[in-house]
Ligand binder design. Structure first.
Ligand code: C2E
Ligand code: CA
Ligand code: CA
Ligand code: CA
Length: 280
């Protein structure tokens, strides 16, 4: 690029310009999507690795863009966080997932243990109103608090651990459960971890996908399962794609798991059909 001289710089500037335009377009389209609430939730089963029973679902947001098709949340959630649009998005996710969980409960009363997890962003966790909002939605949907799990990433905690702990304590007082997502990727201090108000540790899928008997990733997974045991938390393995991974995780004593092997994230209709098939 250096050899390109002035022309090279012009191209570089042009690239920056294209990037900025793309980003502005995405931000604009996202604003429209938020206003029109065109998002959907897909639900991925969380499975008890011993019994293979579905214990609950993780709600994952989907945005079907009018011209680009499905855009990954990994692309638009960061934009939503930077612009504050994450607030109405998270509110919608919370409301929609709780309504769905309440509906499944009334449809199959004997499956009253079925849980619902949603993902929160660091922005949400910093809002003092979060606890009130969650309480409000639980009351409105008549969903028992213990059915709802809030997933927060390990990296969110590191940003401001004091505020995070305080907020998590308030949420736990409501009765909702807390899951530490992407665990192992954020380098949180072990001493904080011991005092963390949480119920689940989710082992990041990067470790699970690269597990080979006895290799470093295998040992990391083993260590995290042991750690969660000592902390009194249940371990959830993400991204289980092969029977081999499933067997290893089960043998290591990991309680819960998610992944394409068990089920992909499902539309509301597909998740309802799955529950229906299992409930008859
Ligand atoms: P995450 O919370 O770690 O979610 C797990 C991601 O792994 C999901 O991607 C899921 O579809 C995918 N996945 C599940 N099983 C497998 C598997 O076996 N193999 C592989 N390779 N992937 C698997 P998705 O739905 O694209 O979401 C990506 C990320 O976007 C999520 O990571 C989460 O951080 C964020 N996200 C998704 N929905 C929401 C939401 O409603 N609110 C917020 N704040 N963030 C969300
Ligand atoms: Ca998650
Ligand atoms: Ca994760
Ligand atoms: Ca992630």
């Amino acid at each position: 690029a250096k050899a390109a001289g002035r022309g090279g710089y012009a191209i570089f500037d042009g690239d920056m310009h294209v990037q900025a335009m793309k980003r502005m377009q995405l931000e604009h389209d996202l604003r429209v999507a938020v206003a029109q609430q065109v998002f959907a939730l897909h639900y991925q089963p969380i499975v008890d690795l011993k019994t293979q029973q579905i214990t609950g679902f993780e709600a994952l947001i989907r945005w079907d863009h009018p011209t680009r098709g499905f855009i990954s949340p990994d692309e638009f959630i960061p934009v939503a966080e930077e612009t504050g649009m994450i607030a109405p998005i998270s509110r919608w996710v919370l409301q929609t997932a709780c309504e769905q969980a309440a509906q499944w409960r009334s449809q199959w009363p004997h499956r009253h243990h079925l849980r619902m997890s949603i993902n929160l962003s660091g922005y949400d966790l910093r809002q003092a109103t979060l606890v009130e909002t969650v309480q409000h939605v639980l009351t409105q949907t008549q969903l028992p608090a213990h059915i709802l799990t809030l997933e927060i990433t390990e990296s969110m905690l590191i940003e401001d651990i004091e505020t995070a702990i305080e907020r998590l304590l308030q949420l736990q007082e409501l009765g909702v459960r807390i899951s530490i997502d992407d665990f192992g990727t954020g380098y949180s201090s072990l001493s904080y971890l011991y005092n963390l108000p949480a119920n689940y540790l989710k082992i990041d899928k990067s470790f699970v996908s690269q597990m080979q008997l006895g290799n470093t990733n295998y040992k990391i997974v083993e260590a995290v399962v042991t750690l969660s045991d000592q902390l009194g938390l249940a371990a959830i393995a993400e991204g289980i794609e092969t029977p081999q991974q499933l067997n290893w995780l089960e043998a290591l004593g990991c309680e819960l798991g998610q992944g394409y092997l068990l089920s992909r994230p499902l539309s509301t209709e597909a998740a309802t059909a799955l529950l229906s098939a299992q409930s008859t």
